[in-house]
Design a binder for this molecule. Structure first.
Ligand SMILES: Cc1cc2nc3c(=O)[nH]c(=O)nc-3n(C[C@H](O)[C@H](O)[C@H](O)COP(=O)(O)OP(=O)(O)OC[C@H]3O[C@@H](n4cnc5c(N)ncnc54)[C@H](O)[C@@H]3O)c2cc1C
Ligand SMILES: Cc1cc2nc3c(=O)[nH]c(=O)nc-3n(C[C@H](O)[C@H](O)[C@H](O)COP(=O)(O)O)c2cc1C
Length: 579
């Protein structure tokens, strides 16, 4: 069904022509939706691939699909781990929507496709018309790098970039919406449009989401670590009763915090303001103090603020660091320094309230892996959160969200929350298959949920937990629960690694290697391998240990071990929730 067309020589004025075009477009769209049978052989497929760790790109991919349908396209949404490189060569129209993870890296589900696409044997993609939407965060040095890499690589492979890439910062909704509104009509241009009947049953949706967080009440705030531990880890229970929200073990819950009023007061003082100055924020007038408390990231300094302070102060050290472009040295300099530290370090640098606000980033939610199963706790969500507290540069510092939950929330507070699904990070659907869970520190959170889930499902599959932290006496969180799960048989195996309980440091990856033969046997039985916690060291060391175990106990070469691990990833039997 082609779009109605008004011939050039038709006797209409410009305004009549504009009105008629709009009328026909509306009528055409209505006909598309109400048409009965369709000839899908003529339809244009639009492939939409997402690379996503915490669900943002995935949810945009589904938004893109809905929009594509309304333009008569047939959308095919897939995670990047659900497609082989060879299939890309046969695709004509493609949207890539991807976030960036680690330090400029691909999200886990995009890793293997990227490896294949960036290799020498990648096929030419001359038939392909594509556009890339990149999600990221400007506070990372390699902003939207994964999206940039895809964009560059597809072009190098001969594909045709149909529309410019857009790189989205943390507030991605508006630019993503704008990009979709422009790119989808281009993808549909010249296509035979067909009515696409939506036969998928849509799950009933709660009215609460990222744009409209649910005002939840905190039910429980309990210290898990011992009072004399070097760490403070807390267990929270948050009521979602009446929200219509559902979650699954493996999902994350996001908390939208507010800043500490004491830090706000210190900042206002350092700025030489009263706090009562009224400033427009999102087209609403509010006092400087309220804006700083509720709308802006005031702990981690933005790049723009650092650069402006360097410029105005003329400080040699800071300017030299910025100009040298040595990211590691700059990161060392900034480690532990917050916005207030910088203002106090350069008292000669002055900002008006309006100037200062313009240099701040919007206050962002923080994600937490859910540590309960909705099968056991349908009306509450449990979280396991390490409070960030440290002394540096002559002051005590607190992480925004972890200490918002620990110190600022009481039973009257509305804690604004929403969920991000993690569809790959799930208890195996086959209840008989073994689960191996590596989750030191707060990495234990989703595995507490997984074990509750398996208990509720009366799943017979074996469960093995690797847990650790610094000291058993102070940091063995959920000890009673874990030991009870062991004695009632739910937890088949438990291996603990408390790094500071003996002269030499012992970590979970060491325990994996000690039990390598059995670990490999569990994998051979179809076992799933899950990792949660620190992305920067632990997850890398665990990945290395997994390769070592497979190589040694599977009697494989390095290449074979890598292939084995890749197959685990493809089968979604090696999945991670790391941060
Ligand atoms: C998918 C996902 C799941 C997560 N799950 C969990 C979870 O289950 N439990 C959990 O506790 N966290 C989890 N996190 C991390 C969580 O989102 C927050 O990043 C964490 O709570 C810190 O946030 P904050 O606002 O308290 O600290 P922020 O205000 O963001 O401050 C953190 C910053 O403080 C600085 N800093 C921290 N410690 C020190 C130090 N000792 N010395 C100097 N500087 C320091 C660093 O610059 C650090 O980046 C998860 C993250 C993701 C992405
Ligand atoms: C641990 C971690 C590392 C990240 N690394 C980067 C990065 O290097 N560059 C970047 O632009 N964004 C980075 N981000 C930001 C994400 O790309 C951004 O939050 C995105 O919206 C996530 O989308 P997703 O839910 O689809 O994965 C990182 C986020 C996290 C939690």
């Amino acid at each position: 069904m082609k779009s109605p067309f008004i011939p050039e020589n038709a006797p209409y004025s410009d305004s009549q022509r504009a009105w008629l075009s709009g009328f026909f477009a509306g009528m055409h769209s209505h006909m598309l939706h109400s048409a009965g049978s369709v000839n899908s052989a003529n339809a244009r497929n639009l492939h939409i691939l997402f690379g996503s760790q915490t669900g943002n790109s995935e949810s945009l991919a589904h938004d893109a699909a809905a929009r594509a349908k309304s333009h008569g396209l047939v959308p095919i949404v897939k995670g990047m781990d659900e497609i082989e490189i060879g299939q890309l060569a046969n695709i004509e129209y493609l949207l890539i929507i991807t976030s960036t993870y680690g330090e400029g890296a691909m999200p886990d589900n995009a890793e293997m496709l990227w490896e294949a696409a960036s290799g020498d044997s990648a096929p030419r993609l001359e038939k392909l018309n594509y556009a890339v939407l990149a999600l990221g965060d400007t506070s990372y040095d390699l902003f939207c790098q994964a999206g940039k890499d895809w964009d560059e690589r597809l072009q190098a492979l001969g594909a045709n970039r149909l529309f410019e890439r857009v790189d989205c910062d943390v507030d991605f909704e508006a630019p993503a919406e704008q990009w979709l509104s422009e790119v989808i009509p281009l993808m549909a241009d010249g296509a035979e449009t067909v009515a696409v009947v939506d036969t998928e049953a849509q799950p009933s949706k709660s009215q609460y989401n990222r744009k409209n967080p649910f005002p939840a009440k905190l039910l429980v705030n309990r210290l898990l670590t011992a009072g004399d531990s070097s760490k403070e880890t807390r267990h929270y229970e948050i009521s979602i009763a009446g929200s219509g929200l559902n979650y699954e073990a493996g999902d994350a819950m996001c908390v939208v915090p507010t800043n500490c009023p004491l830090l706000v007061a210190d900042l206002v003082k350092a700025l030489g303001c009263s706090g009562a100055e009224e400033e427009p924020v999102n087209s609403e007038l509010m006092t400087l103090s309220e804006a700083l408390r509720t709308h802006f990231e005031i702990k981690t300094p933005s790049k723009e603020l650092i650069e402006e302070i360097a410029k105005r102060s003329g400080d040699q050290e800071l300017n030299a660091l910025l100009q040298a472009g040595d990211k590691d040295k700059l990161a060392d300099y900034l480690w532990g320094r917050d916005t207030l530290d910088l203002l106090m370090q350069f008292p000669g640098v002055e900002f008006s309230a309006a100037e200062f606000l313009r240099l701040l980033k919007p206050l962002q939610h923080r994600a937490y892996s859910i540590s309960s199963s909705s099968k056991q706790h349908p009306d509450a969500v449990h979280l396991t959160v390490a409070s960030v507290r440290y002394d540096a540069h002559g002051r005590h510092h607190k992480g925004v969200c972890s200490t918002y939950l620990a110190d600022l929330v009481d039973e009257t507070t509305d804690v604004r929350i929403f969920f991000t699904p993690n569809n790959n990070f799930r208890v195996p659907s086959d209840d008989n298959l073994p689960m191996i869970m590596v989750g030191p520190g707060t990495g234990i959170a989703p595995f507490r949920a997984f074990l509750q889930e398996r208990q509720a499902r009366k799943a017979s599959g074996k469960n093995w937990l690797f847990f650790g932290d610094r000291n058993a006496a102070t940091d063995f969180i959920y000890r009673n629960e874990i030991e009870a799960m062991q004695s009632n048989g739910l937890l088949t195996k438990l291996d603990l690694a408390f790094s500071r309980d003996q002269a030499e440091k012992i970590y979970v990856q060491d325990r994996m290697k000690e039990h390598g033969a059995e670990l490999f046997a569990w994998l051979e039985q179809g076992g799933y391998f899950f990792v949660c916690g620190d992305a920067y060291r632990m997850a890398k060391d665990v990945d290395q240990a997994l390769h070592d175990v497979i190589r040694e106990h599977g009697k494989m070469t390095l290449v074979e071990a890598v292939e084995y691990v890749n197959q685990l990833k493809k089968d979604k039997r090696y999945v991670r929730d790391v941060y």
